[in-house]
Each structure stands twice: as C-alpha cells, then as structure tokens.
Design a binder for this molecule. Structure first.
Ligand code: GLT
Ligand code: MN
Ligand code: MN
Length: 389
C-alpha cells in the first residue's frame, strides 16, 4: 500500500538504464549482480511509479551490433515502452567505454577519433529520435588529460566547439528538434576533465553557433566533488534559461564520484534543490543518475529506485510546508522589507540617480547593528526537516 509519498508518473521521474542496470563493478572488484535487461527495467520502474528511462546508445544496442540486430532490439523496446506506458525523454552517446576513446572523443588528438565520435553521436541521435527523445545529453567523461603537455587546453576547447556546432547543424538538418544538455564533471575517469563545472559550460555555450539550442545537465555529485553549492549552481542555470535536464543523486564531500541514492547524504542541500525545482516551474524530467550500493542484490536495486523517488516526494512536501509555515514566512517577510524605504531606483540607470546616490548619506553603523535572524530561521528549517514541525 502506498502513502502520500508514493510516486506517480506526473512527477516525471526517470532513471538511466545504466543506473538500475549498474552491476556494482568498481576499479577493485568484479560485478556483483546479474544484468537487468532494458525491458525488465521498464516493467519494474513503471510499476514503481517512474515516468520513463534514459539511455546511451549502447545501453540498448550493443556496441558493434548489425543493422538487423539493432532494428530488432529497437522494435522490441518500443513495444515494451507502449506496454508499460513509459517514455524516453533523453538519450545520449557512450563516448567513454571503448578503448578508442582513451584520449577523449571530440577532443582527442587523433582526428579520426574525433570524426568517429561524431559518427557515433549522429547514429545515437537517430536512435534517440526514433524512440521519442527530445533532450540529448553530452557527458564528456574522457574529454580531459593526465599530461597537459599532450594538448593545448585552448585547442581542446576549440575542438569541442567544432563538434557541438557540427551536431547542432545535424540536429537542424534532420529536423530532430533536440535540446542539447551539457554535463560537467571535474575529474574521473580523467585526471582533469575540460569544462569542469556547470558554470564553465554556461560560459562555453554562449560561444556556439546555436547557443539557444544548448543548455546544461548539472549533476549533484559532480558539482559537489568540486565543493560547490548545487542549489546555487542550478539556480544560475535556471536564471539563465539553461536548465534543460538534471542528474539527481548524492555525494559525500572529498570522495570519488559516488552516484549515491538521491538525498541519502546531503539532506539540507537537496531540500533547497527540490524547493527550487518545484518553485521555478522547471518542467523537465526529474532524472536519477545514481546506483544501488555494491552490497545489494536486485531487490536492493528496486529499493534504491523507490528510495530516490520517495525522498524527492518527501522533500517536495517539506518545501510546501516551508511555504505555509507562518513563522518562517514571517521572518522572510521582514528580511525582504529591510531598507525598502531607500528612495533610489537603481533598476534603471540615469545620471541624476547616480549623482543623488553619490551624495546620499547612509547610517551604516546603525544598519550594521541589525541582527538578521538567520539563526532562528535556519533552526526552523532544521526542525522542519527533522520532522518535528
Ligand atoms: C556515466 C556518468 C554520468 C553521465 C552518464 C551520461 S554516463 O554514468 O557517470 O554522470 O550522466 O553519459
Ligand atoms: Mn550524470
Ligand atoms: Mn556521477
């Protein structure tokens, strides 16, 4: 029996096939779970209340499959989508697994690799379009270096721009209408990855031929690996009109990319994130890019998937309570009205305002004495999150 936190398809929860399909392999040990087929994932996730799945080309069609094989797999998968009422809102390319990508894909020093990466991406875009994807993610996991002598970092940026421009043109040429979403990560599997944060991506996007077509896909773990405040990262992306997709998971500070169950660690940060997503009117998928602990069997995988969605639902409810809490709202109202009688209109510049502002006197010693009630406010949030409010 469900409760008020039981997910429904209206929430637009999605999982990468690679997430529930993660077999627990790590650099020190073999797989601990059997493969879960894409069709089984669709069935199980649909029953749990998810809206859809996302995939890399090779999560569905094995590397090197014949055309005939590919078409058979796609046909069966499309039937399973219909049967389960699931959708595929996002697709992406695996440009990191095969050894040919050991020095990057779009930024490789070998021009043939750069061109092969474009070919593989175009084919994967064709596949995504065939199964209804509208968002296309680019995660350049291998686009980096260990040896900076090997590549001028400015050249790598230019190569990435050339690839993105080419693929934007292909998107237009084919009439696919994809929105491209660039995903940053600071390191792992490379020692240093180019465009290490979402902020770097946002700056890069503005230099592209079709900047409008391109936004970001921030991932909780990746920004937290850099010690950044994920809520601030996403707020900037939203404010710029560039949040095209999001990778939800969790991460402990100072570790490798853990891809933990959503909100299993940074409860307070994830509260502000969910509150932001819900209040901003972000209408895209709530995508989980995480995986179950290596200790788990298949049951544990479904418990993990359920847990990601459940925590989101709980935090969404907490966000509603925050909005309805008279004490919290009372403090916020006071904070918003601080100094509201200051008579200058600085939203629109004119020289008269500038002159008047330069001549004005401010009672800064008195202003500085004012306590801001942040201690009280933060404790109210803690009370709320810990369930006694
Ligand atoms: C890979 C990576 C993720 C990316 C996926 C999309 S693949 O699992 O760790 O962060 O979002 O390419
Ligand atoms: Mn990701
Ligand atoms: Mn990750």
């Amino acid at each position: 029996m469900g409760d008020q936190f039981t997910p429904t398809k209206d929430e637009k929860f999605t999982f990468g096939l690679w997430t529930v399909g993660n077999r627990g392999r790590d650099p020190f040990g073999e797989a601990v779970r059997d493969t879960i087929s894409p069709i089984r994932s669709l069935e199980k996730l649909s029953k749990l209340g998810a809206w859809g799945v996302n995939l890399h080309d090779n999560d569905l069609v094995p590397f090197g499959a014949s055309l005939q094989e590919r078409n058979r797999i796609v046909k069966e998968f499309k039937k399973a989508l219909d049967d389960t009422g699931m959708v595929v809102p996002m697709a992406t390319t695996n440009l990191f697994y095969h050894p040919v990508f050991k020095d990057g894909a779009f930024t490789s020093n070998d021009k043939r690799v750069r061109h092969y990466a474009l070919q593989k991406t175009m084919q994967a875009m064709d596949l995504g379009a065939e199964i209804g994807a509208e968002i296309y993610v680019f995660w350049g996991g291998r686009e980096g270096t260990e040896v900076d002598a090997s590549k001028d970092a400015r050249e790598a940026i230019k190569r990435m721009r050339e690839a993105m421009n080419f693929l934007c043109h292909y998107n237009i040429d084919m009439g696919y209408g994809y929105k491209f979403a660039l995903e940053a990560k600071p390191n792992e599997p490379r020692s240093d990855i180019y465009f290490p944060t979402t902020g770097h991506m946002l700056a890069f996007i503005e230099t592209l031929d079709h900047a409008d077509m391109v936004g970001v896909n921030p991932e909780v773990a990746h920004e937290q690996m850099s010690g950044l405040n994920f809520y601030h990262v996403v707020a900037q992306a939203i404010e710029a009109g560039k949040l095209f997709h999001i990778d939800l998971n969790d991460q402990k500070p100072g570790r490798y990319d853990q891809d933990l169950r959503f909100s299993s660690e940074s409860i307070k940060s994830m509260f502000y994130l969910v509150k932001l997503l819900e209040e901003s009117g972000y209408n895209g998928p709530r995508h989980f890019d995480a995986h179950a602990y290596r200790s788990e069997d298949e049951e544990g995988v479904w418990a993990f998937a359920h847990g990601c969605m459940r925590s989101y639902m709980i935090l969404k409810d907490k966000a509603r309570r925050f909005e309805e809490d008279p004490e919290i709202q009372g403090i916020l109202k006071e904070l918003k009205s601080l100094g509201s009688d200051s008579p200058f209109d600085t939203a629109n510049y004119n020289s008269a305002t500038a002159e008047a502002l330069k001549a004005a006197s401010f009672d800064i010693d008195n202003i500085a004495k004012l306590g801001l009630m942040y201690e009280q406010l933060d404790q109210l949030v803690i009370d709320l999150l810990l369930g006694i409010r």
